[in-house]
Write a protein that binds this ligand. Structure first.
Ligand code: TXA
Ligand code: MG
Length: 336
């Protein structure tokens, strides 16, 4: 299949494809999504097929208003309503009881549904002008990092999907926060663009899914059980700050290894390839997936990154790094 490049100004082309049951990549403020009509089984099957996604991992439905979200939900608890009013459009996916209007393939047979109103004009135009709720997982092949540019989408899905709307690089760079409002209190299943702290200002204390702290706990969000993206070279989280990072890199270089480093400043390191995530956690979120894709194009055999304090936006960055490292942490010698 030839994949058509679509400009954000050519929204009609995208709308016609979506209405015809095709799937296209669309930009959002978090990462690119692979969008299809949430009520059309044929379109949803194309999404799972193009991504190579396991059928038991449900999709988020993207909407352009609170009313449109309620069209897919059996009930909207007051807590969920307050979250929508506070954070939509934005990087927060809200899990509600489903009323069955979305394809059962979207919800993977669950009786709940994930809903989000993206904060991106091109995505909102596609939703509004098509009149459709758009099911859209991240537009990567399953097991690859989420795409933060149209080029990443094309690298993974060119020839497999009808179109790619190129909206430039995404702003936030990590996926939305997923919060389950069918539990009391609500439970964060995946940390993301909206912080736990900001949510708690609006609705009070929420739980963090046990799986986020304990790798052995049973996952409540089906997507969390799949192996997450890991670069082909093993990644290690290093405790003890930059000096410890440099010490380990030097040691591994002396042992003859090609070494990669991810750093939170712009300073060089003794590693063969040093990629900077920038000085703020916002830039780290923006650059993380691109950096992981870049390492795979180099010859590095091992990658090292300092462990960061998992609060605020850094919780989402830490969670993705921890998954990419498969939980491998090198503790500094003083602490060990
Ligand atoms: O920022 C984002 O959320 C991006 C953009 C495109 O909106 N989308 C995205 O979708 O990251 P995806 O499919 O890659 O991740 C959706 C996550 C998965 O972990 C999935 O298991 C979970 O949300 N999820 C979806 N529906 C759910 C439900 N009913 N119950 C529990 N978890 C659900
Ligand atoms: Mg994904």
């Amino acid at each position: 299949m030839e994949t058509k490049w679509i400009k954000p100004t050519e929204v009609k082309i995208g709308v016609d494809l979506l209405k015809a049951g095709e799937v296209i990549a669309m930009p959002t403020e978090t990462v690119y999504g692979l969008a299809g009509d949430a009520t059309n089984d044929v379109a949803i099957r194309k999404i799972f097929e193009a991504k190579g996604r396991p059928a038991d991992n449900p999709l988020i439905v993207h909407v352009a208003s609170i009313e449109q979200a309620e069209h897919f939900a059996q009930a909207t608890p007051p807590v969920a309503k307050r979250l929508m009013e506070a954070f939509w459009p934005g990087a927060l996916t809200i899990i509600l009881p489903s009323n069955g209007r979305a394809s059962s393939l979207v919800t993977a047979g669950l009786d709940s549904i994930g809903l989000r109103m993206p904060d991106h004009d091109a995505a909102l135009d596609l939703i509004r002008l098509s009149g459709l709720g758009l099911a859209a997982p991240s537009a990567n092949r399953s097991g690859r990092p989420s795409p933060t540019s149209a080029k990443h989408v094309a690298d993974d899905l060119s020839g497999r999907i009808a179109g790619i709307m190129d909206g430039g690089p995404t702003g936030i760079g990590v996926e939305s926060t997923v919060i389950d409002c069918t539990t009391e209190p609500a439970t964060i299943l995946r940390p993301g663009g909206v912080t736990k702290e900001a949510i708690e200002v609006v609705i009070g204390p929420v739980n963090l899914d046990a799986n986020l702290n304990d790798e052995t706990a049973a996952p409540r969000s089906p997507g969390m059980k799949y192996t997450h993206y890991a670069p082909s070279a093993p990644l290690y989280l290093v405790d003890g700050g930059r000096e410890e990072l440099v010490r380990i890199i030097t040691e591994r270089k002396d042992a003859g290894k090609q070494v990669g480093a991810l750093v939170f400043d712009e300073e060089p390191t003794p590693a063969d390839v040093t990629l900077s995530l920038g000085r703020s956690m916002e830039t780290a979120a923006q650059r993380l997936y691109e950096a992981l894709r870049t390492f795979d194009e180099t010859d590095v055999e091992e990658i090292y990154v300092n462990r960061i304090e998992p609060t605020g936006v850094a919780l989402a960055v830490y969670n993705r790094l921890y998954k990419a490292a498969g939980g491998k942490v090198i503790r500094s010698q003083e602490e060990a």
